[in-house]
Each structure stands twice: as C-alpha cells, then as structure tokens.
Design a protein around this ligand. Structure first.
Ligand code: MRU
Length: 364
C-alpha cells in the first residue's frame, strides 16, 4: 500500500540484500523502518511485536531462516533456527506453517545450496501472501457489493484488532475487501475496535484507514454490541491467527464477544482466512489452541503520545493490582457466518473447509 505516495510492503529485502521491516511499535505516531540482520533480531522483532499479525509473523520467520542460512546452513543450524523462531509466539499458526515450509524446501538440499534457496522461498512466501490477500479482497468485495445493493448510504463494517496490511505483507485480510470496495467506488464506513490491551485497532487499523482516506470511527471495545442493537453495523469482518479444521476461529482477545453480539443481533460475522492460517491438525479450538498469555503490564499501562511529542506509557491502575492478559480467544464455528478465503467463501464447517481445500487437507 502507499504511504505518502510511496508503495510499501511490511517486509522487504533492500537493494543491498538487507531485510527491512516497518517497526510497528511506534505507529501511529512515527513511521519507522528497521533492518533485521541476525536470527536473534528476527526472534526479538516477532516476540516483542515490532511486527505482528499472523501472516506477517510467518513471513518474518521465513526471512529469519533465510538470513541464518547465509551464516550457517548446516542441519544443526536449520533445526535450531526452527526452534528459536518457533518459540517466539505460540498462537498464530502461520509461524509454524512458514517454518515447516522453509524446512521442507531446505532439508533435502546440500548446505551449500541452502542460502540461495531460502531467500528465494522467503520472497515467494511474501509474494504468495500478497496474492492470497488480494483474492480474499476480491471475494469479500462481492459480499460488500450485495449489502450495498440492499441499502442506501455506506456499508458499515466493524472490525477488531488489526487485520490490515500491517498484519500481512500487503492488503491485509479483513481490510482487503474494504480497500477493494473503496477502489470500486462503494461507500464504506468502518467501526474500528480499539482492541485493548495493545490497541492495534486504535494505533494500527485507524492509522491505515486514515492514511488511505477510508471513512472510519474508532470505538471502545465495548461499543460494538450497542451499535449492532441499533442497526448501525451491516457486517463484521475480522482476521484470524489460527482456524481449526472444523472452522473454530482463534483471533485477538475480544473477537468472541463480537461474534456473540453479532449473532444476537442478526449481523453477519465473516472471518478473512488465508489458507496458511488453517491448522488442519486441530479441531476443537477452545481446548486445543494454545492461547498466548502476555505480560500484565500491557493491561496496566497504556502507550500514547504526549502533547510535546514524546511517546510514553502511563499507568491506569493502582500500584499492586495484578492483571491477566490472555491475548487471543476462540470463536466457535457456529457463530461464524462464513470464512472468506483466497478461493472464495466457505462455510465454517469441517465439510465446508474440506471441500474448499481438498488438496491441503489431504497433504496433512
Ligand atoms: O497480537 P497480534 O497483534 O499479532 O494479533 C493480531 C491479530 O489478532 C490479527 O487479527 C490476526 O493476526 C489476523 S492478521 C491478518
């Protein structure tokens, strides 16, 4: 996507071969690009959320393997790199998917050929992510078009967290249909959940939509149900960090409550699902998906910019108050109207997913 007229992806290799990423910790206040040069820096960037969002975590891990292969392409290094990068964040399955994919390509090769092959595959994974998200956007556009045809005024879309281009290599998953609708001249308005504790909605989704001139309002996490009760939301679209073989959807904490509110109010609830985010090995998302518990300081502190331009965290709770910080939750498949994949709209059922992706299911 373009920022001030310059096209950006969230991760790329510069002319000198160095991998660069947008350091998302400073948005929306500062747009910073940082190089990642070592395996340790890749691991830190994922663990500490310089980059985040399931598809981008996977793409970053793939480049982390490639960078390490240029240093040491031995079997031991490949195995250790898989472990080091895999240990960074537990929930988004794209991380494992990308690491497995790199290992599948590299393992059969002699070490002398691995560095070149790894860089090639990492670049391909990035390009594939862009195309997957473009396709999700085109399929989602049809849904938005159908809603627009039935009403006057903008199509009102609620989204949670950031499943935008910052969370992927480009386009985003949940935002891709929105960008495509905007480009097609369909008026859309987006309600952006702030998404405590890290505020990815307020800091990232709002920044994206603002940069691209898409009409939006930031809302507190608890406002969505009220807006749905009053007919102000036509559809919900969210992303996912891991979706099970039967269609249970793991996504940023608070997604489940939005799905319950949507069901209670007859609002369609769509999940934008790139196929690398499907975990075919698990079925019952509530019981089988590991949910990342992050530092309680993310709950007790809030980051913002002071009037004189400093980016700071302030404490919002008393000294001594503890905090729980589960970062994700699971929305059972029954609450999902449809899964918006790169191959089209798919029912959130075991049979629906198997029919949409017979090749991927068979390969497990
Ligand atoms: O903790 P984060 O910021 O990595 O969580 C991101 C999300 O939950 C996104 O909604 C999800 O990864 C889908 S991104 C296309």
């Amino acid at each position: 996507m373009k920022i001030d007229g310059t096209p950006y992806r969230t991760i790329w290799q510069d002319a000198g071969g160095v991998v660069q990423v947008i350091d998302q910790r400073w948005l929306p206040h500062e747009f910073r690009v940082v190089p990642l040069r070592t395996r340790a820096e890749f691991a830190t960037a994922i663990r500490d959320m310089w980059v985040r969002g399931a598809p981008l975590i996977g793409a970053t891990a793939a480049w982390g393997v490639a960078v390490q292969m240029a240093v040491d392409a031995s079997d031991a290094s490949l195995a250790e790199t898989w472990e080091v990068l895999h240990d960074t964040r537990p929930t988004a399955i794209n991380l494992r998917w990308a690491l497995d994919e790199m290992r599948r390509v590299l393992s059969p090769l002699p070490p002398a050929m691995r560095a070149t092959a790894a860089a090639r595959r990492a670049a391909e994974i990035c390009d594939e992510d862009v195309e997957i998200n473009r396709q999700i956007g085109l399929h989602g556009l049809e849904i938005i078009k159908a809603i627009a045809a039935r009403k006057s005024g903008p199509v009102n879309i609620l989204t949670h967290c950031n499943a935008g281009w910052l969370a992927t290599v480009d386009w985003g998953t949940a935002t891709s249909p929105i960008y495509h609708a905007d480009a097609a001249g369909i008026p859309v308005h987006v309600f952006v959940d702030e998404t405590r504790p890290r505020n990815q909605g307020a800091q990232l989704t709002a920044w994206e939509l603002n940069s691209h001139g898409i009409s939006h309002d930031l809302i507190v996490d608890n406002a969505g149900g009220h807006l749905m009760q009053h007919g102000e939301v036509d559809m919900v679209i969210v992303g996912t960090d891991r979706t099970t073989a039967r269609g249970d959807v793991c996504n940023k904490i608070g997604t489940y409550l939005k799905a319950l509110a949507a069901r209670a109010n007859g609002v369609p609830f769509y999940v934008a699902l790139p196929s690398p985010t499907i975990d075919w090995r698990v079925h019952d998302g509530v019981r089988e998906i590991p949910i990342e518990e992050r530092n309680g300081a993310e709950v007790t502190l809030v980051q913002g910019r002071t009037k004189d331009g400093r980016i700071e965290s302030v404490q919002i709770s008393p000294d001594g108050t503890g905090a729980r910080n589960p970062a994700f939750d699971v929305t059972p498949a029954e609450l999902v109207t449809g899964l918006l994949t790169e191959r089209g709209l798919c029912p959130a059922t075991e049979a629906g997913m198997a029919a949409m992706f017979p090749d991927l299911k068979a390969a497990v």
